[in-house]
Structure formats: C-alpha cells, structure tokens
Design a protein around this ligand. Structure first.
Ligand code: FE2
Length: 220
C-alpha cells in the first residue's frame, strides 16, 4: 500500500490573490509531495506495507513520524481551504461555540493570528475542539500533529512553515495570516466540529478522486 498525492480540492489559481499559482504549485507539488514520497520510501525500507497513515502518525517516531505527520497535515490544510469562504450562520452550533469562547468570529480570528504569530520557527496553528465542543487554538512545532493529543479533534489548520507563504508574502507572516480567512472552507470545519472525527486520510490518500469529492464521505 502506497500513498498518493491527493488532488487539490480547487484549481491551482483558485485562491489568488491570497496564494498565487506559483506558491500553490511549489507547496503542493514540491513540499507536500516530497513528504508523501518519503513516507512511501520508508514503507519500502522498513517493511511498513499495510500500515495506515494514521498509525504511522500515532505510533512511530523520528523521520517516519515527521514525514507521515506532514503528509497528513498538508492534506488536512488543503481540505480546509476554499476559493470563497462561506461563513456559517451565527446560530449554527459551531458558531455559538466560537462566540462563547472568543466573543465573535472576529475575536477568534484575532486570537488565532496572535497565537500563530508567536510560533517560533516552523509549525502549524490549529483550531481544535474537545469532547465538550469547546474550541481552542494551539500551535504545534515542525510536523507535530494533534492526533497525538487526547480528546483533541482538529477542525482546521494553518501552515506556518515559511514555505507556505514566502513566495507571496516574504517574511510577512501576519499578512498571510490575515488573508487566509477569506478562504476558510467553513463547511468542512463545521463537519469536523459536528462529527468530532478525524477524516480518514489513509482512504483519501489511496484514492485518485478529488479531495472535496471524498471529504464528505470520509467524514460520515
Ligand atoms: Fe507546508
């Protein structure tokens, strides 16, 4: 069993001007694919045939974990983005949780940007929820993945590695962090919130179908 680079859920220029086609191509075909290729190399080298991507993330350490987690994180990152953000109504359960925790959607965005801004070096900033439906914002370093944390369900993530924004924003991480909110796939975030389940990336990354066509089924 080998993993493939899952198709982007949008066209390569669909997020412009937030992210240019050049930036998407470098990130997706360069970085994301490289992590998947490395995982496949470890599968051969270490005899890990048949081990799911989730198990590689949860049960392995070192370079296997680093690359498997980065393969997972990037797929989740693309799933969380859309050409146009369609914000859910305030009375939706997730929006009520956001309002309760942060005062408003804008309050959550501001807090998210604050948290992401202080992440030193490379990593990810995540919207997560717990079993009680409370929403939190956390940073993880390098490829670290919240699947390893107990009762922590990822809802959305933002890639804070410089490779995610340097082509379009150079060193201005905050500009990237401000612009990304125009492209949040809130429908996907909402699905993750309600199901409090993690998309099955193994199934998704063995498929040739487009990510967005698969995502709904995987979340059921
Ligand atoms: Fe990345």
């Amino acid at each position: 069993m080998k993993f493939r680079l899952p198709a982007l859920p949008f066209d390569e220029d669909a997020l412009e001007p937030f992210l240019s086609r050049e930036a998407i191509q470098a990130h997706y075909y360069g970085h994301h694919k490289a992590y998947i290729d490395k995982v496949n190399g470890f599968i051969d080298k270490l005899g890990l045939e048949g081990v799911s991507l989730e198990k590689l993330v949860l049960n392995y350490d070192g370079a296997v974990y680093d690359n498997a987690a980065q393969a997972w994180n990037h797929t989740f990152f693309w799933l969380g983005l859309a050409p146009t953000a369609k914000v859910l109504p305030d009375e939706a359960e997730m929006m009520r949780a956001i309002n309760a925790q942060f005062g408003s959607l804008n309050g959550m965005k501001e807090r998210f940007i604050e948290v992401a801004s202080v992440l030193f070096g490379s990593g990810w900033t995540w919207l997560v929820t717990n079993d009680n439906g409370e929403i939190d914002i956390i940073n993880t370093h390098n490829g670290d993945n919240p699947l390893r944390f107990e009762r922590c369900h990822p809802l959305w993530c933002c890639d804070i590695w410089e490779h995610a924004y340097y082509i379009d924003y150079r060193f201005k991480r905050k500009d990237y962090l401000n612009a990304i909110w125009e492209h949040v796939n809130w429908e996907f975030v909402n699905e993750c919130f309600h199901l409090k389940r993690i998309p099955n990336m193994t199934r998704l990354m063995l498929s040739e179908d487009r990510l967005n066509e698969q995502a709904g089924a995987l979340l059921n």
